[in-house]
Ligand binder design. Structure first.
Ligand SMILES: NC(=O)c1ccc[n+]([C@@H]2O[C@H](COP(=O)([O-])OP(=O)(O)OC[C@H]3O[C@@H](n4cnc5c(N)ncnc54)[C@H](OP(=O)(O)O)[C@@H]3O)[C@@H](O)[C@H]2O)c1
Length: 216
């Protein structure tokens, strides 16, 4: 099950999951926006900020992937859709108890550290700036998972231009809080390889209860 399946990154994860034989239910607020034509794909409408709807939608799923985006009121971090998604998942999972699925959520690259510095703090974004809301919303999402009992993983790709459409190589490095920098001094990963890591974690979870990152 993939919340944000119609999105830029979510659609790459759908492609990867289907290519590996998984049955995928795509979720966004508008099911008609998901036009994947595959026998193992179906689409449903759902709001990632609505716990009742999420509980009904995720019941019976093995793994829920959340790759959503959006600013909330005032661009405040607490209203960012990524933060509300984490809170909603935790509430829905608590109500499902032992039957709750695992969750793997897309993180934000500026929540990583480089040379010991939290990258979002190097940007000097003022509160109320849309990116301030999203990036600190991603930080808040991790905090909510850390203080919950759910089986969670957050995957933060390297920030900004380091994440681009490209090749699916299946060969990359995985790290935790520090951005992975290549031999050329730059961080990079293709969107296709990011999708590979998501489905690797679905098939063979190595990082439950952790935020991880990826890079060449
Ligand atoms: N380098 C990086 O670190 C990096 C780079 C890019 C993106 N990201 C992160 O990756 C995530 C996805 O980004 P993206 O570029 O793929 O986003 P996107 O293309 O804007 O797609 C967002 C998806 O979320 C869905 N969505 C939005 N609000 C929703 C809601 N309330 N309920 C259900 N679904 C909702 C949208 O569908 P509907 O509108 O139909 O609901 C859409 O499918 C974001 O969290 C972003 O911050 C990180």
């Amino acid at each position: 099950m993939i919340y944000g399946a119609s999105g830029n990154l979510g659609s790459k994860i759908v492609t990867e999951a289907l290519s590996r034989g998984h049955e995928v239910i795509g979720v966004s607020r508008n099911a008609d926006s998901m036009t994947v034509d595959h026998e193992n794909f179906s689409a449903t409408s759902g709001d990632v900020t609505d716990a009742d709807s999420m509980r009904a939608i995720i019941a019976g799923a093995d793994v829920v992937i959340i790759s959503v985006n959006g600013n909330g009121e005032g661009n405040r971090p607490e209203n960012a859709i990524v933060n509300r998604a984490a809170q909603t998942f935790i509430a829905a999972a608590e109500r499902l108890g032992d039957d709750a699925p695992r969750v793997i959520q897309m993180g934000g690259g500026f929540t990583l550290y480089r040379d010991g510095m939290l990258m979002v703090e190097t940007l000097d974004l003022a509160p109320g700036h849309p990116r301030h809301g999203i990036y600190y919303g991603h930080m808040a999402a991790i905090s909510h998972y850390q203080s919950s009992d759910v089986a969670w993983t957050v995957i933060s790709p390297p920030p900004g231009a380091a994440l681009q459409p490209g090749e699916r190589t299946g060969v990359f490095r995985i790290g935790e809080d520090e951005v992975i920098v290549g031999d050329n001094g730059e961080a990079s990963i293709s969107q296709e390889d990011l999708a590979v890591l998501f489905i690797n974690e679905v098939e063979d979870p190595q990082s439950i209860g952790k935020r991880i990152t990826i890079g060449y």
